[in-house]
Design a protein around this ligand. Structure first.
Ligand SMILES: CC(C)(COP(=O)(O)OP(=O)(O)OC[C@H]1O[C@@H](n2cnc3c(N)ncnc32)[C@H](O)[C@@H]1OP(=O)(O)O)[C@@H](O)C(=O)NCCC(=O)NCCS
Length: 244
């Protein structure tokens, strides 16, 4: 039996090597009294984005997450937080500016008062996080976005596990889409995931040119009452789970 990894305190000088994946989770409710200092770590574009978010809790989550993104990248790159250059792909996926001459890849997600950030070298990765809660329209979402295989796998889940199984499956789908920098609205039906709870075979299909589902790795994450997935097209990774 494989013992699940536990979340450890993040090191102050992390080093990313080869097939490492470093995952950080941030409990944003612990940093509410540091909002002013964290806001100053953001770029002016990020500060403007934050100021346009009217919902205070969402605004603070945005600020805290972006500040930690900069803090962590600053540890890897040995550069001050404000000097980290971040750019955005056309579908919204952020990436490290070429001026850093670094192969660091990252992605992030937030849900309620938790954020999660993942980093690795070279291979683009996607991450998603969801608080376990009842999604009353789960069936409708699957009717709209799901394949026959996905619906069948979800329908076979015992009623008492359906809430968690839906969100675990959904985070697999989103993490795959985010790894490729796509959008759910346009690419949901390109990936078919297994909605069974902790299935041995997590993926049914990846409908992209030259894709081989065996080349994809999907890692389930659990943090208190949150579930998530990391997806990347690379096998044999070394995962470290840290909280800040
Ligand atoms: C990006 C997307 C795939 C996920 O967005 P989301 O679930 O709303 O938000 P998440 O918390 O997972 O991720 C947001 C972060 O991902 C990153 N991101 C944005 N667009 C991205 C993309 N196309 N690919 C990868 N990463 C992206 C950003 O860093 C963003 O954070 P920021 O806005 O603070 O900069 C979105 O396009 C989408 O399609 N969302 C659908 C949501 C949905 O249907 N949910 C149903 C819930 S059951």
């Amino acid at each position: 039996m494989v013992t699940p990894l536990s979340w450890q305190t993040a090191p102050s000088t992390p080093v990313l090597n080869g097939n490492d994946i470093h995952v950080y989770y941030v409990n944003t409710s612990l940093f509410q009294d540091q909002i002013k200092e964290l806001f100053h770590l953001l770029s002016s574009t990020e500060q403007n984005r934050a100021q346009n978010i009217s919902h205070t809790k969402q605004k603070n989550t945005f600020i805290i997450t972006k500040a930690f993104l900069r803090k962590i990248l600053s540890q890897y790159l040995g550069a001050p937080e404000q000097q980290i250059s971040l750019e955005i792909e056309k579908n919204g996926k952020p990436f490290l500016g070429s001026c850093h001459n670094s192969s660091i890849q990252f992605n992030l997600a937030h849900s309620h008062d938790k954020s999660i950030l993942a980093f690795c070298l070279k291979t683009p990765l996607g991450i998603d996080l969801e608080k376990i809660r009842l999604i009353s329209h789960a069936q409708k979402i699957l009717t709209k976005y799901g394949s026959e295989q996905e619906k069948r796998s979800y329908n076979a889940v015992p009623e008492k596990h359906k809430k968690e199984a839906f969100l675990r499956g959904w985070t697999k789908k989103e993490a795959l889409i985010k790894a490729q920098g796509h959008k759910m609205a346009t690419h949901a039906n390109k990936y078919a995931v297994n909605f069974s709870l902790f299935p041995k075979d997590k993926l049914f299909n990846v409908e992209m040119a030259n894709e081989n589902i065996q080349s994809w790795a999907l890692y389930d994450l659990t943090i208190e009452d949150y579930v998530g997935t990391i997806a990347l097209q690379r096998q044999n990774n070394k995962l470290s789970l840290w909280h800040v």
